[in-house]
Design a protein around this ligand. Structure first.
Ligand code: SF4
Ligand code: SF4
Length: 353
């Protein structure tokens, strides 16, 4: 790893210089909120945005993705034969991704890229992407990344991390992909000898501003059945309206549904983000639904995030503490409270909850 200093001017010049060799993404305003969008030439990423409302997961894993196409015209020899739709896996750079969202990619990687299965589109998209993160020097009151294994200046999953410093950024170049991007951007100015100390100070200050925590240390030791049968789920789920906001905004939720859309003789097979909070999520073809009530669906979301994921992958919780679901749930269902209920629950003390 090496440290550069990139002035604001060099930053803007660098982003502009990348236009020929990367598709550049960054925070941009879309109506009333910010998203991680593809930047048209000449448009700069809005680096001051605390975090985008929709997470950055859509850059690699779009909300709706065309997979295959088939022609349904029986007069054609290849009718009803599904053919893969070509996608653009040319290099892309994501600017201004916050450390929680970059770390989220490493938490979902075992689902899309493992010994038994490699999702062709997720793996190619992830491989084609260079992540240029931005340290959070002013975390929100709802951020709790430091108790999920991350932090406001965490470098996990990043190729470059920019940290505000004087009139520019202290720039940690972390990987070969990061080196290639820094070269293409023309960023060459080595940071001063005090860079390490300045980064430590920035990290300490930012972490000191995080006041929110999630407690999960005892969940791994409990059995699935004990937690599954705990008495608090009906109360926890009572206000939920199954809107799916929490899962759509979450950088680590990965579930999708596959559907065919037909227009005349043209048929396209898509995969669309799905949500375990929707009543149809696990509806079987037979008509049986293993989670017909919302209590079961809410329990599934939190058990997956805080219990099943850790049991299966031994990789902590399936949450980066970005706080989106806390901020945007319309009925204030708060993962920190549910985690606390799960963490403290013991069958013998059920009456005291
Ligand atoms: S569960 Fe909530 S706080 Fe955790 S990563 Fe998802 S949206 Fe962020
Ligand atoms: S955002 Fe809140 S109300 Fe909507 S599905 Fe999630 S927990 Fe339920």
């Amino acid at each position: 790893m090496r440290h550069l200093f990139v002035s604001r001017e060099n930053f803007a010049d660098g982003v502009a210089a990348l236009a020929g060799s990367y598709r550049v993404y960054g925070p941009v305003q879309e109506r009333f909120h910010h998203v991680m969008g593809l930047l048209p030439p000449g448009v700069m990423p809005e680096m001051s945005v605390a975090n985008t409302r929709l997470s950055a997961k859509g850059v690699v894993y779009p909300p709706s993705e065309k997979m295959f196409r088939a022609c349904l015209d029986p007069a054609r020899e290849d009718h009803h034969v599904y053919k893969e739709i070509e996608k653009d896996f040319s290099p892309r750079a994501v600017f201004g991704i916050r450390p929680c969202d970059a770390r989220a990619y490493t938490l979902v990687a075992p689902n899309f890229d493992n010994a038994e299965y490699k999702d062709p589109w997720w793996t190619k998209g992830y491989g084609a992407t260079t992540f240029v993160g931005h340290s959070c020097n002013d975390p929100r009151s709802t951020c709790f990344c430091t108790s999920t294994g991350g932090g406001p200046c965490d470098t996990t999953g990043l190729d470059i991390l920019l940290t505000d410093h004087e009139d520019g950024f202290l720039t940690q170049v972390l990987t070969e992909k990061g080196e290639a991007l820094a070269l293409a951007a023309g960023w060459t100015t080595e940071a001063g000898a005090d860079a390490e100390a300045a980064l430590s100070d920035a990290r300490r200050e930012a972490e000191g501003k995080i006041s929110s925590v999630i407690n999960t240390d005892k969940i791994g030791k409990k059995t699935i059945l004990a937690l599954y049968d705990a008495p608090f789920w009906a109360d926890a789920a009572f206000a939920c309206i199954n809107c799916g906001t929490c899962t759509y905004l979450c950088p680590t939720c990965w579930c999708f549904d596959i559907q065919d859309e037909t227009h005349g003789t043209d048929c396209v097979r898509l995969r669309n983000w799905d949500s375990c909070m929707f009543p149809l999520f696990t509806l079987h073809g037979s008509g049986h639904n293993p989670r017909p009530e919302k209590t079961g669906r809410v329990r599934q979301r939190f058990m997956h995030k805080l219990k099943y994921y850790g049991d299966r992958y031994g990789n902590g919780v399936h949450c980066t503490g970005c706080g989106r679901c806390v901020i945007h749930c319309p009925v204030n269902i708060d993962i920190r409270r549910i985690a606390s209920l799960m963490n403290e629950y013991e069958p013998d003390n059920a009456c005291s909850l």
